[in-house]
Design a protein around this ligand. Structure first.
Ligand code: FSX
Ligand code: SF4
Ligand code: F3S
Length: 370
């Protein structure tokens, strides 16, 4: 009986992935038919930057696994990468520090994620485009007309609602951020919030929030995919866009709109200091013996147990390092209202004080150890 059930389950799984593969082929065929040819040949770009086909194949394996897909999807991930620059992207910036764009742009040496980001078809990006004033606005209007329902709208920054939105106006006609966001997102195929300001309000919405800033979802009442982080990891943007290219939709998300493949686990689960946490070996103050030995930073305020993200797995700056590796605890920048809720960055906090409050099991573990 058990065996029969098992067989049924395996058959269901196989069918699920066969159907998913079919969906993937149909969507990529339609992208290749309907959207402009890539403006840069991806394979020549790889060669120019000194990366081999072998490097690319290795990358497809890692990325397929990171997106929680079985290995049969590797050729599809490769095809999606080759089609990366077909997807038109409109990138809006509201109340923020531009750190999210900086995180995408500042890289020390090329890896495949960065090469993909270099090929992205950015139809509108205030910091990067050469056009200004009327010309910039015309470009945006043209893109919304030519690619209606086909472009991805990426939003960086929170949206101020105070004074009828007039704390933030943009362009030659002085439109408010909230007006622009409503207009552009209504024509987009999907909306990605890049960073915790767009996703959750974050720094611009921190107390006392004088401009009445809100997340994009709250400000204009739409559903967004939230790539949380201050700034978010560029690899999470690449993975989310690849998923869109393959399946025509954005990836499954948690209750806070964050893709599960990237934000489904706590920082703490894959931290290199975790063995010290489990052994009760904690840094008590900066520069003490424990700090020199690389012990756990929980008692000096690390919020890794309460924070969902993949920083400890994929790291930043081409995989070189991440906050805890650099010696400071995680400050929970992928969590809602972390600026207020996780304040006292160098002291542990009570789980009940946390807006999301989803990570109580780890706290229980810590209490037991204590
Ligand atoms: Fe916010 Fe991004 Fe932090 Fe800054 O634009 S998520 S303040 S890194 O730049 O929005
Ligand atoms: Fe790592 Fe912080 Fe967890 Fe300690 S509390 S194991 S430093 S994530
Ligand atoms: Fe942010 Fe913590 Fe990662 S502070 S960058 S979520 S390690």
């Amino acid at each position: 009986m058990g065996k029969e059930k098992g067989c049924g389950y395996n058959a269901d799984v196989k069918k699920y992935y066969r159907d998913l593969m079919e969906k993937c082929k149909v969507h990529m065929d339609s992208i290749e038919k309907e959207l402009p040819e890539p403006w840069e040949d991806f394979n020549s770009l790889l060669r120019e930057r000194g990366l081999s086909r072998r490097d690319f194949i290795k990358w497809t394996s890692v990325t397929t696994a990171a997106l929680m897909l079985p290995p049969i999807f590797r050729p599809m991930v490769a095809r999606a990468a080759e089609n990366f620059s077909r997807i038109p992207v409109v990138w809006l910036q509201f109340a923020e520090c531009t750190g999210c764009s900086e995180a995408l742009l500042r890289t020390s040496y090329p890896n495949i994620d960065e090469i993909l980001l270099d090929t992205i078809s950015l139809e509108y990006h205030e910091t990067l485009m050469a056009a200004a004033g009327d010309q910039a606005e015309q470009n945006l209007e043209k893109c919304m007309k030519d690619f209606a329902g086909k472009f991805i709208c990426v939003i960086e920054g929170a949206i101020p609602l105070g004074l009828d939105g007039k704390y933030l106006t943009l362009g030659p006609k002085g439109k408010t951020g909230v007006e622009i966001a409503k207009e552009v997102t209504s024509k987009a195929a999907a909306v990605i919030c890049m960073g915790s300001c767009a996703a959750f309000g974050n720094v611009p919405a921190a107390k006392p929030n004088p401009t009445n800033a809100h997340s994009v979802g709250e400000a204009i009442g739409i559903t967004t995919v939230n790539l949380a982080g201050c700034p978010p990891n560029p690899a999470n943007f690449v993975g989310t866009l690849l998923h869109y290219i393959m399946f025509g939709g954005l990836p499954p998300v948690d209750s806070l709109g964050r893709p599960i493949w990237a934000y489904g686990k706590a920082i703490h689960d894959f931290c290199e200091r975790r063995a010290h946490f489990d052994a009760g070996e904690f840094v008590k103050e900066w520069g003490d013996d424990g700090a020199k030995k690389g012990w756990c930073l929980y008692e000096v305020g690390c919020k890794g147990p309460q924070t969902s993200a993949n920083c400890s797995r994929i790291r930043f700056n081409d995989g070189v390092s991440w906050p805890v590796m650099a010696g400071h605890g995680c400050i929970g920048c992928t969590e809602p209202k972390f600026w207020d809720a996780f304040a006292f960055l160098e002291k542990p906090i009570d789980d009940k004080a946390i807006a999301g409050g989803e990570r109580t099991m780890d706290k229980v573990g810590a209490v037991l150890l204590g």
